[in-house]
Design a protein around this ligand. Structure first.
Ligand code: NAD
Length: 552
């Protein structure tokens, strides 16, 4: 029986032992599709996050996917082209059940305006990174990444602690909504600005945000008090970041850390320019998208100039993966790229060992299954401080959304060992149901994104998209259950290519073989990608783990 979903009553949370599909593998993918809508931002329009990231092209396509997943045998493969099912073909039981290609445009045409046109004609949709391939697990999916970034900054700049530190950021949407909670978990006083009162209200209701201030004066006073008392807090402010950032700078208040997670990548359907109400923006989206694009870019200019001003005054400022620097540069801010991207600034040594956001979803719908896996992690990785610290914090602070799920930054070898052990617990009945594993597309082997993941690679290979394509083919040859290739849509069109993978631990020997091949090979190609670019940590990992890297 599905569980009620207070946030979106029409999208219940799948749970229980009853299967609607012919086997757990198919049922798992069906539940993951239901789950991305249950935890999504605007499920009535199939939008999961990031303004336009969709779970399926339209409701007719959605119905076709559900029908195929319900009726298909284990020896068939469903083909999904940009959110629409286009074929159910006979393959074999070791082949993926679903393969997808979402939003891949030929280079010359990979531009926002072509994307919008094709979307209008109903020929394409954007899958975000994890929306179109049914891997999104709500804001919790990005919390650890945000938390790890904050803690790397703490190590670099503040003797390992964020107590008494002020983080300024913006955006409380599907991804950005994790920021107030991640900041609070790190011990900081975090101010998050969002133009949409509903987003702020919702983050407060689900326990991600503590307080909503009535104006900037109150917000800064609450932050100043928490900083003085070295007390963790999170304060929301409903306002436009392009107004608020310059005003805070003008007042001479310099936060310790500044970033931004508004949907700046999409100048039409994401970012809200200053001076316009939400209603005016919604109207312009339909009536005059070209003018809206220009207004958004013009608003991003002072927004990023203020970020540069904070940087100059000593704050640690970084781009959080929303292309805000790119938009500002196109708007004339020539030094926008003085702001570093978070991946290069803080996380690359981890990616060299394929350490990154790995996630699992309890398909039973039972929170106790995640609690048991938490215990398992603490046992298996007792010496890994990143993991033990995170799991203890997550248990106390991260509310479940949708299917009970967890994310942890695990690397090569660690992911496979965990998933194999979980498969054994499913087989023995210690867990109440199967568990699905996937990872973020922000992944060592799985992403080419020259303004986010692969910016300033040591060998200059930033824009080469061969790696995620190789990864996807490798995942098909390694028996993964779902494999997808995504490229950017909206403002991300032409900016990135990524590969996603899902593997279902249903307790069978076949699942153990799939885990062993797919998860191990997925992290192997991640290490190889960085070893090939000449990173010492990756060369060391490749050598130590004997992963089959060919070094010429
Ligand atoms: P979203 O569309 O769900 O939310 C964006 C939020 O920004 C909305 O709540 C909106 O009201 C607010 N907003 C827009 N313009 C604003 C302005 N000028 N001032 C204040 N608030 C404004 O998007 P999301 O899923 O939260 O993603 C945010 C951005 O982060 C996107 O660009 C996304 O692609 C990027 N992203 C980065 C990572 C990463 O790994 N760092 C991961 C996922 C997404």
């Amino acid at each position: 029986m599905p569980r009620p979903n207070p946030r979106h009553p029409n999208f219940p949370i799948p749970s229980g032992p009853e299967l609607r599909a012919k086997g757990w593998r198919q049922e798992a993918l069906l539940r993951l599709l239901e789950n991305v809508l249950a935890v999504g931002e605007d499920p009535e329009n199939l939008v999961v996050y990031a303004a336009l990231g969709r779970a399926a092209r339209n409701w007719e396509a959605h119905a076709g996917i559900v029908k195929a997943l319900t009726e298909m045998g284990e020896d068939q493969t469903l083909l999904v082209q940009s959110g629409k099912p286009v074929g159910l073909l006979k393959t074999h039981a070791k082949a993926p059940l679903v393969i997808m290609a979402n939003c891949n445009l030929v280079g010359q045409w990979a531009k926002a305006e072509y994307f919008y046109d094709l979307q209008k004609k109903g020929l394409i949709c954007w899958g975000g990174l994890t929306a179109g391939c049914w891997q999104y697990i709500g804001s919790q999916g990005v919390i650890q990444g945000t938390y790890e970034i904050f803690m790397r900054i703490a190590e670099k700049r503040f003797n390992g602690s964020l107590a008494g530190r002020f983080i300024l950021t913006a955006g409380m949407g599907g991804m950005g909504g994790a920021q107030p909670l991640a900041g609070r978990m790190g011990g900081a006083a975090t101010l998050v600005v969002d133009i949409d009162p509903e987003r702020a209200k919702m983050r407060k209701e689900i326990g991600y945000l503590e307080t909503i201030a009535s104006d900037l004066d109150e917000a800064l006073a609450l932050i100043a008090k928490a900083v003085e008392e070295k007390r963790a807090t999170s304060v929301g402010l409903v306002a436009n970041a392009a107004d608020v950032y310059p005003e805070i700078l003008r007042r001479g208040v310099i936060p310790d850390i500044v970033t931004d997670q508004t949907s700046a990548h999409d100048l039409v359907y994401g970012y809200v320019p200053r001076g316009l109400s939400l209603e005016e923006v919604r109207r312009m989206r339909e009536e005059d998208p070209t003018a809206l694009m220009a207004l958004s870019r013009a608003s991003i200019v002072p927004h990023v100039e203020a970020m540069l001003g904070f940087q100059k005054a000593g704050a640690e400022v970084f781009d959080n993966g929303n292309l805000i620097r790119t938009q500002a540069k196109e708007g004339g801010v020539t030094n926008a790229f003085d702001i570093p991207i978070f991946t290069e600034a803080y996380l690359r040594p981890l990616f060299c060992r394929a350490i990154g956001p790995f996630r699992w979803m309890a398909l039973s719908g039972e929170e106790s299954d995640i609690a048991r896996i938490d215990d398992l992690l603490l046992e298996m990785f007792a010496d890994n401080k990143i993991v033990t610290n995170w799991i203890s914090l997550a248990r106390q602070n991260v509310p479940f959304e949708g299917l009970p799920s967890r994310i942890a930054w695990l690397g090569h070898g660690e992911r496979t060992r965990l998933a194999l052990r979980v498969n054994e617990l499913v087989a023995s009945g210690e867990l109440k149901g199967p568990v699905a594993f996937s990872r973020d597309h922000l992944d060592a082997g799985g992403m080419a994104h020259p303004n986010i993941m692969t910016e300033n690679m040591k060998d200059g290979s930033d824009a080469i998209a061969d790696w995620p394509l190789l990864d996807a083919m490798l995942m098909c040859s390694s028996m993964a259950d779902l494999v997808t290739i995504h490229s950017g849509g909206g403002g991300y069109a032409g900016y990135m290519t990524s590969c996603g993978v899902t593997i279902v631990a249903d307790g069978t020997e076949e699942a153990a073989a799939r885990i062993d091949h797919a998860i191990t090979n997925d992290t192997s190609i991640g290490v190889i990608r960085y070893a090939d670019a000449g990173y010492e940590e990756a060369l060391d990992e490749a050598e130590k783990a004997k992963i089959g890297h060919i070094k010429l």
